[in-house]
Design a protein. Structure first.
Length: 130
C-alpha cells in the first residue's frame, strides 16, 4: 500500500467498534474496554521510502506530521466517546530486534542507519501522542 495523497482523517477509524462494544457491556464496564489500533508507523517501517508518493510528501517530516495529526484526532474522538484504554498493535517492533541483531554482521554505515531508525521512530511514536 502506498500513500498517494495527503493523509487526512475524514471520518472515525475505530469509533464504531468502540460504540458497539460500549453497547454490549454494562455501563460500569465501559472503562475496561480496550481497543487495539494499528501502529501509526506500520506502513512506513514495512515499505520505507516506498510508503509514500514523493510528489505528495517530498520529505518524511510532513508525512509523519500528517499521520500524527490523524492519530491525535482519532484518539481525541475515542476519548470523547468514553474510550480510556487503547493499545497500539506493533508487531514490527520485532523488526528492530532482527535488525539490531544483524549489527554484528553489517557495515558501520548500515549499523548507524539502523540505530538512527530505531531511535528516531521510537521518539516520533512517543511524541505523536503529546
Amino acid at each position: 500500500m502506498v500513500c498517494k495523497g495527503k493523509l487526512v482523517r475524514e471520518k472515525p477509524m475505530y469509533r464504531l467498534e468502540f460504540e458497539y462494544m460500549k453497547s454490549i457491556v454494562q455501563p460500569s464496564q465501559v472503562s475496561h474496554i480496550k481497543l487495539t489500533l494499528a501502529a501509526p508507523e506500520w506502513y512506513h517501517l514495512r515499505h520505507g521510502e516506498h510508503a509514500r508518493d514523493h510528489n505528495v510528501y517530498p520529505n518524511e517530516e510532513d508525512f509523519f506530521n500528517d499521520l500524527a495529526k490523524a492519530y491525535r484526532e482519532e484518539l481525541a474522538d475515542l476519548y470523547e466517546a468514553g474510550c480510556r484504554n487503547v493499545q497500539f498493535d506493533d508487531p514490527l517492533l520485532a523488526y528492530f530486534v532482527s535488525c539490531l541483531s544483524s549489527l554484528f554482521f553489517c557495515t558501520a554505515d548500515e549499523g548507524t542507519r539502523l540505530i538512527k531508525l530505531l531511535v528516531v521512530n521510537s521518539a516520533r511514536k512517543i511524541c505523536w501522542l503529546v
